[in-house]
Design a protein around this ligand. Sequence first.
Ligand code: ZN
Length: 242
Amino acid sequence: MTTSSVRNFQMVRRNWLDVDPSKKGSWTWKSVESARLILVAGACKQVNNGESILTWEDPWVPDLPYYKSVPLSPEMQSRCLVVSQILTPDKSRWDESKLYELFTEESAKAIKKIPVKVSQREDKWLWLKSHKGKLSVKSAYKELLDHSVPNVSDQVKSKIWKSKIHDRLKIFLWRVALDILPTKEKLTRFFPAMDPKCPLCDASPESSLHLFVYCHVAIFLWAGNEWGCRPEAIQFDCPVYA
Ligand SMILES: [Zn+2]
């Protein structure tokens, strides 16, 4: 997924971020749909000339929940309004009387914090989860992990930390249990064209648990190791994902 994917939201449908996912569509498209919640968490429009930002529909106020402005009353939402219309006629600052006439006080205050530059540049999408405002696989992946790390049971924690192995291996095992390794199964959420199958058996999706515990090649390798490690003894799947 690239920054251009975010810029091209409008090519899909203006309200794509707000409507329920389509049940139809290709596997690739469904992969894009599955990433939508991540995009909603970080995608916000930067006000330049303000002419392409729909005041009520688009995310454009960084300090508000979901970056959406809130109308002072529901009737306000029936007014089709773009952001440039709430600037002063010379487009050099916010029109404060309009702000307090249209928005809740919280929204008006948050909008006033947005700097206004006299500009003819088009508005653009920003990804607020990265310092540079650009969407990258790395930042989207981090966002995904922040929202999807499962609770690891005390039983599993105890087994991992009390095992007599090097600390580095304990940390690695911990990451397997949390399922936060960049496996193909995870990466296909961002690279739909990637083959998600395990390169060892070419049968199941390459998840952490499959790769290190359930893949028949992994089972064979574990069985032959000289250290007596038996990952299946930890029972990752049951308490971790219960
Ligand atoms: Zn496999």
